[in-house]
Design a protein around this ligand. Sequence first.
Ligand SMILES: Cc1cc2nc3c(=O)[nH]c(=O)nc-3n(C[C@H](O)[C@H](O)[C@H](O)COP(=O)(O)OP(=O)(O)OC[C@H]3O[C@@H](n4cnc5c(N)ncnc54)[C@H](O)[C@@H]3O)c2cc1C
Length: 391
Amino acid sequence: MTHTKKAVESAIQKLRDEEVEEDDEEANDDGNKVTKPSLTPKTPVELAIDFILHDFEMAEVEPISTYVDFGEREFLVADERGYDHLLYKMAEGFLFTSEGRILDDRLKLNKVVRELQHSRNGVTVITEDGCVYEANYVILSVSIGVLQSDLLAFNPPLPRWKLEAIEKCDVMVYTKIFLKFPYRFWPCGPEKEFFMYAHEQRGYYTFWQHMDNAYPGSNILVVTLTNGESKRVEAQTNEETLREAMAVLRDMFGPNIPDAIDILVPCWWNNRFQRGSYSNFPIISNGKVFYNIKAPVGRIFFTGEHTSERFNGYVHGGYLAGIDTGKALVEEIRKENERESESQTLLLEPLLALTGSLTKSKPETVSNIHKCDIPTQLYLSGKLGIPEAIL
Ligand SMILES: Cc1cc2nc3c(=O)[nH]c(=O)nc-3n(C[C@H](O)[C@H](O)[C@H](O)COP(=O)(O)OP(=O)(O)OC[C@H]3O[C@@H](n4cnc5c(N)ncnc54)[C@H](O)[C@@H]3O)c2cc1C
């Protein structure tokens, strides 16, 4: 069976190679065959360039919205407080905090959501440690990779249109491997931040960057791998990865460079809370895919960078999508309240007519009840209060 499969695969590959060779030749005016430049990168240098242009730069279609809206300058954020700091700052606006610490017990951290039971009345969230939370609505901000995985169970299951949209979105794996050295052996200075390694295996430790500009004296190099190479490296030990990376560096800088003293290999693909680094919508995808990925299912609202049509793949995409989804939910709650008030009014009208003791005109009385009593009752019965914030 394996031999047959191999033979078929080998035949398909041979056919593809022949097609490529034929494509590379075309007849000139005299009917002689001439070789035209190949569109498929073949040499190590062509492969390295192709990797940088497509995998590394995410094959984004020009013009890139982020550059259009925020300018073309790129920044390496080297603030040691990290993104946490921004989140805590923003949280001060709506959670109880003191001296930068969140004291609000509505915020539940380190809870792993495993199941969402949803109906027309509300959503029940069940976590891995057996806690159960009930809410009128839920905003779900897990990554597209997590939505594609089986970490979360939806009960009832998500509708087909939603599942299809989630499946259509590609997940990019983008891995930055950090290597720390006892001293610097690479060129530094203006215009010397990046270097490229050309290898016959596409994306094999191609793109390198030193950290001297952001962290002077840190003696750290970063190499970026993507997709297939990221997954390959995640499946092996850090020692093997270190060996491969050192062989590449010695190929570039000679045999006498020192061994790295530390290595950090993030595993975005195998991390069950990520299952990839960020979304990468196929160029052919249409607006409907975005729309369906973002669209709520009943009382479950979806957010995250993958729901941002303009900035998907980016931190600011996640941030702006969050604001957008928050507003959409507030609007939905407002409409729900309106609907409930209307139905209460309809119920009350016959009652008021029956009492026969109305002194004011009917519309005026009803509108008073509508304005004061009913909303108060709704608040008291907890209809409008979302009991706990689940992050
Ligand atoms: C190596 C790398 C480099 C990047 N470089 C850039 C860059 O230069 N510029 C840029 O703008 N963006 C960059 N990004 C992308 C950026 O990090 C993402 O776009 C951004 O983090 C998306 O935010 P998000 O809130 O949508 O999703 P996430 O950051 O994935 O947040 C989702 C959260 O949900 C949690 N979660 C998942 N499942 C569960 C569960 N079952 N229960 C409870 N919690 C759960 C996760 O732990 C996570 O905290 C990079 C990403 C990577 C990996």
